[in-house]
Unconditional design. Structure first.
Lengths: 900, 404
């Protein structure tokens, strides 16, 4: 290392975004920030980071943070309180409600953003000590169908392969995964496999995403028909004698029924093509590729999981890999790409309503085992309510106390508008958060607990390939923020469970979690990290990324599962599952003839509470939008760059229109990131159906019946301000992070004339104002300056020719604005390339001092007459002639003295 | 043989005409220039600078004596014309001498209007029009002298500036509710007022002079609203009047000024008029630019080319140090026009551009006037500005960078 000793060494940690789980090197700058780089020795990323990870340094500011416990007063405002009061309030409230209404009336809603240690403590408190299994998590929205599919097929929630399989595959199939944007580093590994070993990439997606750009074959499948495609593939492999009957016979059960069902659904290439609306030739090519390639990895993600038939889709994929023996060996297997940094960790601790702990369910012997391990007084004995049901129970009033940690359900859940309303009914609504405001907090949380954020908290996360990595603190805890495990433990202590929650360090929690995974395991459960149960605090702090299983008795190494069977079912055999025939029109409704698909954009994460503060990330796609194909756009009179109201039975949103050829007819797509905290009308979750998969309880976020209608705005504009401003109530807007302040992109029907006064009022009162108005063209631009710096600006123009803010953003971020920049700033363009004129000397011909000095200095003008000939200065009214003589004398003298 | 060409008047228009003629038809005419003032032609625009002491009087000379000599121009200055006999083609000078002409040009300019109120003839009540006025004012003005300048137009403001700079305590009195109301809109006028006040000049608007009072010389100014302020000197700059009396006396048609057509020809053959004494299409210009344009057209005509004068866009530059003001065309914006406004308090800049039918028809600039000539050019050419309308106010450099 060549780091200078004056700087503390970089801290090795893990990225808090997607499930790839990239290693990050964070070098704190001593001022609350940090330089961010990829960790070159982390096995997930070998030093690479995606755009989101690279911008982590821009998300560390404390401006929007919740830094103290807060209590909501009767008038709705928030009061700062001390930790003791806050914790007493939470403990007392949960105890009182559980005693009054029973443990079924209390719930925790957790998050894949929590560290394993936090998750473990929360799960333990609820399921072992409060006697409720109403512990669910936003992972329910993310990969519950994969969990259910894994458990149906393998008997456990086991990801069979590792990332190395992607490097070693000859065919990589992406199903319902825009990995290029959502798992970028893993996608880069796929591209490397293409480049280095000629691997083929097949992308299966109803939407032509960025991931399809580099695909050898793109299959624009009809929405919801993945099961048909994989059933067709299974039929095809059977018909072409490409199945591994030895494997089927030795390690599986249920094949005959599954194949029969597959044939019913899609018997051959032609019927597959019909069912999936694909070209026969494309289907045939895919089937042939699969058949001819032994090393095949099928990576799947939200397009498979977030479906009312998601679990069947997962099993249809697994069926093919089981039947062809393409599982558990290098370069092959079904591979669930996890959405969140620690969804896997949450699954490991059992932080889901239908799991107990450590990959154990609610079977009586498992409940008994965990009771003994925890010495738990009040075990939950059966599954609790999954996310969608849990919030419906809140709406019904059967759940009366809720503690939300590290997630924003008022934005992300389906029917998020109804969820937001339901939250208002709670008797006790506790939120552990990083930010002071988000839609969930603002839905009326009674107690706010300031949780440590990424960079401040310390613990472990598990990525999609079962690799446990440390997230390490590299910044001090700001204000009164505390780690979640500490907060939960303190509440547990106040409930009288102090002895069982006597943790002083996350390592204490981790050792207990590791010990539980190994407790009475003996190889019966896939998740076993017993080898880590005795780690010292120091060893925990220094822990290198480690893949599970990490059994106490075995040497530590990367392991795949199931190449030789060994499934976690009673008989050790995998189960083929006969999927139900796909029913993609399950939610179709005539009045809402389009299908609303939701997803993500490259540079934002979830509800933008973290990525939303990065100026760099905000620049990519700054506004909430809806993507629609050209034919549908035309039919609905929508223009690219215009606006549309998207309406479903559950809600509506007004979104910017993006006409995209890659969007299939009848489908529209909207990203999930925007919320009431950063947009006027961008709450996409509010529109989404609450239909769920019957096995996983995962909501179908990709198939809501919707209609669209054009929305016209007379004007569009932007604002850049140092502090947040409020636009008129009727304005459409999106907030965008900008260095040194905040950006607003907006659209409005407010007359331009009114904007003139409004814009001036929205600027700081003590600033110098500049304005440009062209009322007939609907143009109003106002800029405010303070101490030579652009302090803010508002530009409004006709919707057909909206103002652009690139030049203004650069000036807004600059420490000072030069006079020449300032003169043209309200044009919306930079002064770059414009000559500095200097003060006007000849008013008649508009000749500035600079031009005159330049002519003299260049030696082309030695007299007033020369200046007149060259520049015309002084040749009209002649009143500047005395000044020209003076300039001539002074400039020549300077030139001479310089020469001398 | 050269034709005798007589120019009555030895001001800026005359000088420019000689210069233009010298470039085109040297030798065709034997030129005689007759000046009332006992000096070589000088730059009247610099009078306020002379008053303030920023420019010595000698620096106002348009051309040195040998310049005229080298071009064969006969100069008769300090020799007022008493009469013109057009049928006889003769000009009579004070002292009795006569000059024959084949072509005659009136370039007699204009003079300051005196205020028709009691006391206007009192010593110490001066006008501000020529070097003699400047000399009188300078003699009377000392550091701390109380001076009232009547008239908040271009000339009055320049006089007030010059006096304030020279150390006088100046009050500028204006009849109207804003300064330079014929050139500026309310906003530019109020910025100008602030700038004028910043130079230590007191400005009284909406104030009409009733009389000047004093025993042997002016001592005070009384206003119609009853106010009265002490004054050791009054400078009246309330407007100008074309010097057209000699022309009228010899039978040339005169309205406000000497009436000329697009050929700058007066009602008698071989008689022309240019500059502030001329009235073209009902307009008497009081600025140097139209005079220069007229001189150019007339020189071309006298050289035998058929050039016509179609009138000038009325454009004004206020030329006092540190304050740049420009106004041209329909600067107020008549009904049916559209105004584009840029203002930046910190840059002390205000610009209003008036557009009609996709063309620039008027402009007021305060502060940053560097693009004034461009706007004038656009107004004169009537070019369509729609394609760069949004850049127009930000200047030619920006607008043309986009085009490039």
């Amino acid at each position: 290392m060549n780091a200078r000793s004056s700087h503390p060494p970089a801290v090795r940690t893990t990225c808090p975004y997607c499930g790839v789980g990239c290693g990050v090197l964070a070098s704190p700058d001593g001022n609350g920030g940090a330089a961010i780089a990829g960790d070159p020795v982390h096995p997930a990323n070998d030093g690479r980071l995606c755009s989101k990870g690279s911008a982590l340094g821009e998300t560390l500011a404390l401006e929007r943070r919740l830094l103290h416990p807060m209590l909501r007063r009767a008038d709705g405002s928030l009061d700062r309180i001390d930790w003791d009061t806050a914790l007493d309030k939470v403990a007392g409230g949960f105890r009182a409600i559980a005693e009054r209404d029973g443990p079924g009336a209390i719930a925790f809603y957790l998050s894949g953003q929590l560290l394993t240690e936090d998750y473990y403590v929360a799960n333990k408190l609820m399921k072992g000590f409060l006697g409720s299994s109403n512990v669910d998590t936003n992972s329910r929205l993310c990969m519950a169908s994969s969990v259910a599919g894994h458990r149906r097929a393998f008997g456990a929630d086991t990801v069979p392969g590792t990332y190395r399989d992607i490097d070693e595959a000859d065919l990589i199939v992406l199903v319902g995964s825009n990995a290029a944007w959502c798992h970028p580093i893993l996608y880069q590994r796929m591209i490397a496999a293409k480049r280095e070993r000629g691997a083929r990439l097949v992308v299966i997606d109803p939407r032509r995403t960025a991931s399809a750009a580099e695909a050898d074959l793109f299959l624009p499948i009809a929405p919801g028909m993945d099961t048909a495609l994989y059933c067709g593939l299974l039929s095809h492999l059977a018909d072409t004698l490409a199945l591994d009957y030895a494997y089927i016979d030795a390690h599986t059960a249920g094949f005959v029924d599954a194949l029969a069902r597959a044939r019913e659904i899609a018997a051959d290439v032609a019927s597959t093509a019909r069912a999936t609306a694909l070209q026969e030739a494309d289907v045939a090519r895919f089937f042939d590729l699969f058949r001819a390639t032994e090393r095949v990895v099928t990576c799947f993600s939200q397009g498979v999981n977030q479906s009312a038939q998601g679990t069947d889709k997962v099993n249809a994929i697994i069926n093919v890999h089981l039947a062809s023996g393409r599982i558990g060996r290098p370069g092959m297997g079904p591979f669930s790409l996890t959405g969140q940094p620690n969804a896997m960790g949450g699954r490991e601790v059992g932080g889901l309503a239908n799991q107990l702990a450590a990959h154990m369910d609610f079977a009586p012997d498992a409940v008994d085992r965990v009771r003994r391990f925890w010495r738990a007084p009040h075990m939950a004995t059966r599954g609790g309510l999954k996310a969608v049901d849990l919030f419906e129970a809140i709406a019904r009033g059967t759940i009366k106390a809720l503690w939300v940690m590290a997630t924003n359900p008022a934005v992300s859940l389906p029917r998020a508008g109804a969820v937001r309303e339901a939250l208002k009914k709670l008797d006790l609504f506790v939120v552990s958060e990083n930010v002071l405001h988000n839609d969930t907090v603002d839905a009326g949380a009674h107690v706010l607990l300031p949780a440590a954020a990424w960079g401040e908290k310390s613990g472990t996360v598990t990525n999609s390939e079962r690799r446990i990595s440390r997230q390490r603190a590299f910044l001090p805890l700001p204000g009164e923020a505390r780690p979640d495990w500490w907060i939960v433990s303190e509440v547990a202590r106040r409930l009288g469970f102090g002895a069982s929650f006597d943790y002083r360090h996350p390592a204490d929690v981790f050792r207990e979690h590791a010990a539980l995974s190994a407790f009475e395991n003996d190889g019966k459960r896939d998740f076993d990290i017993g080898a880590l149960a005795q780690l010292s605090d120091e060893a925990y702090d220094a822990l290198d990324p480690v893949m599970w299983p990490a059994r106490a008795a075995e040497p530590q190494q990367e392991r795949r599962f199931f190449s030789a069977g060994g499934f976690f079912t009673d008989d050790g055999r995998a189960r083929f599952v006969a999927p139900r025939p796909p029913d993609p029109r399950h939610a179709y409704d005539e009045a809402h003839p389009l299908r609303l698909n939701t997803g993500r954009v490259r540079d934002q994460w979830h509800t933008m509470t973290r990525t939303g503060s990065s100026p760099r990330l905000g620049a990519h796609l700054p506004e909430p939008f809806v993507e629609i194909g050209p034919a549908d756009a035309k039919a609905h009179k929508l223009a690219d760059g215009g606006f549309a109201k998207v309406v479903t039975r559950h809600g509506s949103a007004i979104l910017k229109v993006s006409v995209a050829a890659g969007q299939r007819r009848g489908s529209i797509f909207a990203p999930i990131h925007w919320s009431g905290a950063n947009s006027s009308d961008g709450r996409v979750g509010a529109m989404v159906t609450a239909a769920t998969d019957p096995f996983s309880g995962q909501p179908d976020l990709k198939a809501t019946s919707a209609r669209v209608q054009r929305v016209g705005f007379a004007s569009r504009g932007f604002a850049l301000t140092r502090h947040p401003i409020e636009l008129p109530a009727a304005a459409w807007f999106a907030r965008v992070a900008v260095a040194g302040g905040e950006g607003l992109l907006f659209a409005t029907n407010e007359p331009a004339g009114r904007w003139h006064e409004l814009a001036k009022r929205l600027m700081p009162p003590d600033a110098e104002l500049a304005e440009y108005v062209d009322p007939q063209r609907g143009v109003v631009r106002v800029a405010a300056f303070r101490a030579g710096r652009l302090d803010g600006c508002i530009f409004v123009g006709p919707a057909a020719a909206p103002p652009h803010w690139d030049a203004l953003r650069a000036l807004f971020e600059a420490q000072s604005v030069t006079e020449s920049d300032r003169r043209v700033l309200l044009s919306g363009r930079s002064a770059e390339g414009l000559a500095e004129t200097g003060p006007v000397i000849c008013a008649c011909y508009g000749v500035g001092l600079s031009a005159i000095r330049n002519a003299i200095a260049a030696g082309t003008a030695a007299s007033v007459a020369d200046i007149g000939r060259l520049l015309r200065a002084g040749t009209n009214c002649g009143s500047c002639l005395p000044e020209l003589r003076g300039i001539l004398a002074r400039t020549s003298k300077t030139a001479k003295s310089r020469a001398a | 043989m050269s034709e005798p060409l007589v120019i009555i008047g030895n001001g800026m228009a005359a000088a420019r005409l000689c210069e233009e003629l010298a470039q085109r038809s040297l030798g065709r005419y034997a030129i005689a220039v007759i000046g009332r003032e006992p000096e070589l032609a000088y730059n009247r625009i610099l009078l306020s600078s002379v008053l303030s002491g920023e420019v010595p009087a000698r620096d106002t000379l348009l051309k040195p004596a040998n310049w005229w000599r080298d071009r064969g121009v006969t100069l008769c200055y300090g020799a007022p014309v008493t009469a013109v006999d057009i049928p006889a083609r003769q000009v009579m000078l004070a002292g009795g001498s006569k000059l024959d002409f084949a072509k005659l040009v009136f370039a007699t300019g204009s003079r300051a209007i005196r205020l028709p109120v009691p006391g206007a003839e009192l010593p110490g009540v001066l006008t501000f029009r020529d070097l003699a006025d400047v000399a009188s004012i300078s003699r009377a003005a000392h550091r701390g002298t109380r001076v009232v300048v009547i008239g908040g137009g271009l000339l009055g403001i320049e006089a007030a500036y010059g006096l304030a700079k020279a150390g006088a305590r100046v009050t500028l009195v204006h009849l109207m509710d804003r300064l330079m109301e014929r050139q500026l809109d309310a906003r530019a006028a109020s910025m100008l007022k602030r700038a004028v006040e910043a130079k230590g000049i007191e400005v009284l608007l909406d104030t009409e002079t009733a009389r000047f009072t004093g025993d042997s010389r002016v001592e005070a100014v009384e206003f119609k609203d009853g106010r009265r302020i002490a004054a050791e000197m009054v400078v009246v700059a309330v407007g100008i009047k074309p010097n057209a009396e000699i022309a009228a006396a010899c039978g040339v048609a005169v309205n406000r000024g000497i009436m000329v057509d697009d050929r700058l020809a007066a009602s008698k053959s071989d008689v022309f008029a240019i500059g502030e004494c001329a009235e073209h299409r009902g307009v008497c210009y009081g600025l140097v630019e139209p005079a220069n344009e007229q001189a150019h057209v007339l020189a071309e005509r006298l050289a035998g080319r058929d050039l016509r004068y179609g009138g000038s866009v009325n454009a004004t530059n206020l030329k006092v140090s540190g304050v740049h003001v420009f106004s041209a065309g329909d600067f107020l914006g008549a009904a049916g026009t559209e105004s584009i406004v840029f203002a930046d308090a910190g840059l002390r800049t205000y610009k209003k551009l008036v557009v009609a039918g996709g063309r620039l028809v008027g402009a007021v600039l305060y502060g940053d006037t560097i693009d004034a000539p461009w706007y004038l050019e656009l107004m004169r050419s009537g070019a369509q500005i729609d394609s760069f309308r949004h850049d127009l106010v930000f200047g030619r450099a920006l607008a043309e960078r986009r085009a490039a």
